[in-house]
Design a protein around this ligand. Structure first.
Ligand code: C5P
Length: 228
């Protein structure tokens, strides 16, 4: 029998890093590879979902059956997320969004100044994409990620509450061979239930398998959640 628990469902996933321009040739960014978000997109499509993948700059091929929307900055990712969020039942924020951007990117290439040792950049906060999606009146089921180096469960629980998420996928990025750039990952899932919280420990495994496990649990919780 066919195993397509996401049939008829639209899923929106953010993935990869964002790039915040400093001038026409330079930017602020991070080391996110996009692998986990792309694995989630591939798994969601394989389970039968219509998938919109909003991706920052990454060196990855688009998974089969996935609609890809390329963006650069956090603000572009935020706008794409809100263009698509109203149409989906499930939103997964897997992107490593830059927390800050340059307040005023230079119009022309910044020049090295003779006789000055330092350069001060003024940064301003980027919007929190997932929190703003979770705050919509027509909110989908919202799953966020928490990459931590200590106190995994406590920070994940705090993120669940503070960002208004339905589920958090928490991983310990200090563990060797897991997380950023790696092919394997492990995670602790935490979710809200009518009476308190549920959790599941997912041991180290290839990101493709982990993605499927996260999706199956999110789909199960989505079905169990009365959203009327
Ligand atoms: O607060 P922190 O960055 O650790 O939260 C991580 C979660 O929030 C991830 O799901 C990430 O995609 C999302 N996020 C976001 N917009 C931001 C910062 C984080 O959607 N500006």
């Amino acid at each position: 029998p066919e195993d397509r628990p996401a049939d008829g469902l639209t899923v929106v996933i953010t993935a990869g890093p964002t790039r915040e321009p400093l001038d026409p040739v330079r930017y602020l960014s991070n080391h996110s590879s996009g692998k986990m978000g792309f694995a989630l997109a591939a798994a969601a499509a394989a389970l039968g979902a219509r998938v919109h993948l909003i991706s920052g700059p990454v060196a990855l091929a688009t998974p089969i059956g996935v609609e890809r929307h390329d963006v650069e900055s956090a603000r572009e990712m935020h706008d794409a997320a809100h263009r698509l969020a109203g149409e989906c039942a499930l939103f997964i924020g897997c992107a490593a969004v830059a927390d800050y951007r340059a307040e005023a990117p230079a119009e022309h290439k910044l020049k090295k100044r003779e006789g000055e040792d330092g350069l001060t950049l003024r940064l301003v906060k980027n919007p929190d994409i997932i929190a703003s999606v979770a705050a919509r009146p027509d909110r989908p089921y919202v799953v966020g990620f928490a990459a931590e180096t200590r106190d995994l469960e406590a920070y994940a629980r705090d993120k669940l509450a503070r960002k208004g998420l339905d589920m958090v996928v928490a991983n310990d990025v200090s563990r060797q061979g897991l997380g950023f750039g790696a092919d394997d990952n492990a995670a602790l899932l935490l979710w809200r239930e009518a009476e308190g919280e549920g959790q599941e420990d997912l041991p180290p495994q290839p990101k493709a398998r982990l993605a499927e496990a996260v999706l199956r649990r999110a789909l199960e919780r989505l079905a169990a959640t009365d959203r009327s």
